[in-house]
Design a protein around this ligand. Structure first.
Ligand SMILES: Cc1cc2nc3c(=O)[nH]c(=O)nc-3n(C[C@H](O)[C@H](O)[C@H](O)COP(=O)(O)OP(=O)(O)OC[C@H]3O[C@@H](n4cnc5c(N)ncnc54)[C@H](O)[C@@H]3O)c2cc1C
Length: 420
């Protein structure tokens, strides 16, 4: 049986795959989007129940489509999924759901790829991997199963967390204080749990300053477009749209009874050990917070903007006691830890792409999404071109770049010398 043929195969129908489809359609490039589950499945089922977008609706969206409802509100995860589905319908995206792409191989002796899927074979001129920045949950292999004897805590990743009622009784140690870790820890604290939060290096922007959300400040200060610095260590950002959007403040969490500890380092004899870096990590987050306030003030002054001054935002209280006298070791049974919740990020799996598209560690080899393997593209990678790349508003622009590249290459491929 001959394979189905398409010019471009887009793999994945999250925001990246849909943005790609929109740009290819505009350029008149025939394409097919294959999605192993449903449109925006990660937003639908891969997040905890109460998750809302980190940015307000006016900002966390595609340029072409507004969210229904309050533009300054923070849409829930299902509203984001609904938005993506509606967008796919509006642009008549050629999405086929329930089809997994399992292997992509280069054709021999001619350009293009043979793509194995759960529903047959597709031949494609180019392939865009839009399979998500956050694919495989990573739990560091620190705590062995059966640790702490008869009181062994369960270990789950933030990707599996749904709500406080899902966790067994007892205290919870949340490892990782990026946006996921800190939001989940706060939800558990509010539900009456005793919560330990392991805080590593992070940035924490003010949610709002001088009447503007931080997404606006990052925009006018040109920080969303900040490009990736090769080899740079990009720290996690602690931000939340929960409860109408509030600044993440570790002092406030400690004052409410959350026990903060430093970076989780090792395990032995029933106890987890933490680096003595809690005060340093909080201070680093404070520095990023205060730095943004200062840049915002300079921008207001430079441009003569009429935004109300907010001097009190610059006043931070003293370091919490738990940072001055940090806990360096936690006996899991003694502390009654019923759950260790790892908010420690994700790895990726591109083993299904031709070998030339990845390096020896399986990481994408690419420049701005254009892979080292001609005809293979990536979309939605963290810092693919800039800070905003893996977010809803940023992926749109990267999709434009990738589509342009595809169109350019089609032009070269179609070129024939004028007869004469
Ligand atoms: C907890 C959390 C909160 C976030 N909050 C925000 C936020 O508020 N605002 C924001 O802008 N960003 C946010 N992000 C970041 C980012 O916007 C999301 O992760 C988003 O889902 C990424 O979109 P994507 O299209 O790149 O990947 P995904 O949404 O993961 O889409 C990839 C799709 O590919 C499919 N797929 C994977 N492999 C295959 C295959 N082999 N064959 C066929 N289909 C396949 C998957 O089923 C999936 O539907 C958040 C991320 C996380 C983890």
């Amino acid at each position: 049986m001959s394979a189905e043929r398409t010019d471009v195969l887009v793999v994945g129908a999250g925001q990246a795959g849909l943005a790609m489809s929109a740009h290819l359609a505009r350029a008149g490039v025939p394409h097919l989007v294959l999605e192993r589950a449903r449109i925006a499945e990660s937003w639908r089922t891969g997040r905890w129940d109460s998750l809302v977008a980190n940015g307000p609706a006016w900002h966390d969206r595609f340029p072409d489509k507004t969210f229904p409802g309050d533009p300054d509100g923070f849409p829930g995860k299902d509203e984001v999924a609904d938005y993506m589905e509606a967008f796919a319908t509006e642009i008549s995206a050629p999405v086929r759901t329930g089809v997994e792409v399992t292997q992509v191989r280069s054709l021999e002796g001619r350009p293009g790829f043979l793509c194995e899927t759960s529903a047959g074979t597709v031949e494609a001129g180019a392939v865009v991997a839009a399979t998500g920045a956050f694919q495989t949950p990573v739990i560091p292999p620190l705590v062995p199963p059966g640790a702490a004897g008869s009181t062994t805590p369960i270990q789950i990743h933030s990707a599996e967390y749904r709500n406080p009622g899902q966790l067994p009784e007892g205290a919870v140690l949340v490892v990782g204080a990026g946006s996921s870790g800190v939001q989940i820890a706060e939800e558990l604290l509010s539900a009456g749990r005793r919560v330990y939060l392991s805080v590593g290096p992070h940035d924490r922007p003010p949610r709002r300053y001088r009447g503007r959300d931080f997404v606006w400040w990052l925009g006018v200060l040109n920080k969303w477009d900040m490009e990736a610095t090769p080899g740079a260590d990009h720290v996690t950002i602690a931000v939340s749209g929960a409860h109408g959007g509030r600044t993440i403040d570790f002092r406030d969490l400690a004052a409410r009874g959350m026990i903060l500890v430093g970076r989780t380092e090792s395990y032995g004899e029933g106890a987890l050990r933490f680096a003595p870096d809690l005060a340093r990590n909080i201070a680093r987050g404070d520095a990023s917070y205060l730095g943004l306030l200062r840049e915002a003030d300079a921008h207001v002054a430079q441009n003569g903007l009429d935004l109300p001054p907010e001097p009190e935002a610059h006043e931070l209280g003293p370091m919490p006691t738990c940072a001055e006298e940090p806990i360096l070791s936690l006996d899991l049974a003694g502390a009654g830890i019923g759950t260790i919740l790892w908010a420690t990020g994700y790895s990726r799996d591109y083993g299904w792409l031709p070998a030339g598209a990845t390096d020896a560690d399986g990481a994408p080899r690419h420049n701005r999404g254009v892979s080292a393997e001609p005809g293979i593209y990536y979309l939605g990678l963290p810092w693919q071109t800039r800070r905003g790349s893996s977010f809803i508003w940023g992926v749109w622009f990267d999709a434009g770049y990738v589509a342009d590249h595809i169109v350019k290459q089609r032009g070269y491929a179609a070129y024939r010398p004028a007869a004469g």
